[in-house]
Design a protein around this ligand. Structure first.
Ligand code: NOJ
Length: 531
């Protein structure tokens, strides 16, 4: 157990992810911006979250919507200016919110002056800032490595006859982290933002920084099935989770530790035993939180989730690592769509009551669903480049925030065409309507964050799962000193009598009432009880 006062902000608080293009358009061009976000920060603070993480806002040609950075130390004009950014940070801090930026170290944009300089030829002093290889002996790509967005991870630079590596788009060349000058320049960017008051970073694809120097073919993944993205057809033993990557992250952490109380959370899609080492050790720390995406990746099944939560919580304890949980982000389909309407509040309750830092994706607090995007409005390169893999498209989870019932849902001025279509049901699912309805999903979300504040056991308390006798019910307790809170989640459509487990006073039910102590758990009900 950990008393709340002993926890850091990134352990006790909730991280709220904003996808800046889709939060609030103040300039009237159909794309969200910094002034829009700043205007909406009081709403964010009202949710009871601790920090906002902004997906990339840096200078970019936007071929991957900002994950292709052309200047790590400036704001793209689409989003505003450095002054707008300073105003955003000041307002966030005034409201008691931390600000986290999205740091994209694995690759730059091909428009970045470093890459443009590297293209000048083999003698360019920036050539070695990227990863170049000669063609294979018989010609063609140097090896079989694949891009996450389909096709080879290599593109030919005809002028020099060499290929450069890109694990994403050809316009996102991989930086060469083996080069100390690259690391120095990239670390300077971190300092630039920390000096401006930034409290932390989400680090993009941090497990991909280094590649094996032998550049051997990766083996075929025999578990790959048609319908999965092409990238998954290989086992990425030479492009992911390399020992050098761990070394570079230790250096990155040392840069953060030059400043007070900063943090980084790393984007890492790996199994638990490979994930937790990214937190490092007390002597050689790495990321503060290695993102745990397993609730997104596993089936929505009470027994499997219980088994995972037990294993993950135990592994975090053994590794002295703080746990964290995620249900959605800008790369994953909306969790309401994944788990279904009936299970939406069960999932939200789980996210906000398990031991560990929750990360919440904008709009999930009002229950936004995937928005079907017609082919002529699709813009995500991951989807456009992989037409045979419809699930690869990420537009449906990136649509504008639904604020009110006016045309464009209050995201953009009426008459403007937002960059992605709005949900058809926005007139019913929006902040304004839900503010006025005490039984809304928004109020349910706030009730959960209030419970976290009122019951320190839900934040720092130990976790232990409970036997319920029903495979479709997952129940657990959180205990801190004399405080005990029980969470019971019915994943099924049957009423379940759990006897003693439900014996405490009901603090919150997802069904909006307050059942008597001991009352059976109803279909799809989430209940939080005093222990
Ligand atoms: C992971 C990001 O979350 C995703 O949106 C992006 O396309 C890739 N990294 C490339 O930066």
């Amino acid at each position: 157990m950990t008393l709340t006062g002993e926890l850091k902000w990134w352990q006790s608080g909730i991280i709220y992810q904003i996808y800046p293009r889709s939060f609030q358009d103040a300039s009237g061009d159909g794309v969200g911006d910094l002034r829009g976000i700043t205007a909406r920060l009081p709403y964010v603070a009202s949710l009871g979250v601790e920090a906002v993480w902004l997906s990339p806002i840096f200078t970019s040609p936007m071929r991957d919507f900002g994950y292709d950075v052309a200047d790590y130390c400036d704001i793209d004009p689409l989003f505003g200016t450095l002054e707008d950014f300073d105003a955003l940070v000041a307002e966030a801090h005034r409201l008691g919110l931390k600000v986290m930026l999205d740091y994209v170290p694995n690759h730059s944009s091909s428009d970045h002056p470093w890459f443009q300089e590297a293209l000048r030829g083999k003698d360019s002093d920036k050539r070695d800032w990227y990863v170049w290889r000669d063609p294979a002996p018989g010609g063609g790509v140097p090896n079989n490595w694949k891009s996450f967005f389909g096709g080879p991870a290599w593109t030919l630079d005809e002028a020099s006859g060499q290929y450069y590596l890109h694990q994403f788009l050809p316009t996102q060349p991989d930086l060469n982290w083996r080069n100390p000058a690259v690391r120095a320049a990239m670390f300077e960017a971190l300092r630039f933002w920390m000096r401006r008051g930034v409290d932390g970073f989400r680090v993009d694809v941090i497990w991909l920084l280094a590649e094996d120097e032998r550049f051997l073919d990766e083996p075929v993944n025999s578990d790959w099935r048609p319908g999965e993205i092409e990238h998954a057809s290989l086992e990425h033993i030479y492009t992911q989770d390399q020992p050098e990557t761990h070394e570079y992250i230790r250096e990155m952490r040392a840069v953060l530790d030059e400043f007070d109380d900063r943090m980084m959370v790393g984007e890492i899609y790996l199994p638990v035993e490979k994930l937790l080492p990214f937190a490092g050790t007390a002597d050689a720390p790495m990321v503060h939180l290695p993102f745990n995406f397993h609730l997104i990746l596993m089936p929505w099944d009470a027994e499997q989730i219980r088994a995972f939560a037990d294993r993950y919580d135990g592994a975090c304890r053994a590794a002295h690592t703080w746990p964290n949980w995620v249900l959605g982000n800008h790369d994953q389909h909306r969790f309401r769509t994944r788990v279904g309407d009936a299970q939406y509040r069960v999932a939200q309750t789980l996210l906000l009551t398990l031991r560990g830092t929750p990360t919440v994706y904008y709009g999930d607090e009002i229950g936004m669903r995937n928005v079907p995007v017609p082919p002529e409005r699709m813009v995500d390169p991951a989807g456009l480049q992989q037409p045979d893999t419809p699930a690869a498209g990420r537009d449906p989870e990136r649509t504008p925030m639904q604020w009110d019932t006016t045309p464009n849902a209050g995201f953009s001025a009426p008459g403007t065409e937002p960059w992605l279509p709005l949900a058809e049901d926005f007139a019913a699912v929006n902040v304004q309507v839900q503010e006025a309805d005490p039984n809304s999903d928004l109020h349910y979300f706030r009730a959960l964050t209030r419970l976290r504040r009122e019951h320190p056991a839900l934040v720092g308390g130990d976790y232990r799962s409970l036997d319920t006798g029903h495979p479709d019910v997952f129940a657990f307790e959180r205990t801190l000193e004399a405080g005990r809170v029980v969470v019971a989640l019915n994943f099924g459509a049957q009423t379940r009598d759990l006897g003693e487990v439900l014996g405490g006073e009901c603090l919150l039910s997802s069904l909006g009432d307050q059942p008597q102590p001991g009352a059976p758990l109803r279909p799809n009900e989430a209940r939080v009880l005093r222990g």
